[in-house]
Design a protein. Structure first.
Length: 92
């Protein structure tokens, strides 16, 4: 799982792919927690490997997307590259 976040002055978070609503919400929470809720940006998520086949795998992917989004936002706010990499591991 890779996430990249680029800050923007517009208070909107744009996510690619569009199905990543929970990751978008996580990025917004991370911005608000840092006191930067007035900012927005573009969040890009990429995964490698096969699509999830079970509900457990799908839940692990969503959790990884949320965590990667928050880490990418934190990196961008620190002046870093705004990227994060995580392994997707099913819970259990």
């Amino acid at each position: 799982m890779r996430a990249r976040f680029a800050l923007s002055e517009l208070p909107v978070v744009i996510v690619c792919p569009e199905r990543a609503g929970p990751a978008c919400a996580a990025a917004g929470r991370a911005l608000r927690a840092a006191g930067r809720g007035y900012l927005g940006g573009r969040l890009e998520l990429r995964t490698r490997g096969p699509a999830p086949r079970t509900a457990r795998q799908a839940a692990a992917l969503v959790a990884a997307e949320e965590r990667a989004a928050a880490l990418a936002v934190a990196s961008a706010l620190r002046g870093g590259p705004g990227t994060a990499r995580l392994r997707v591991r099913p819970r259990g």
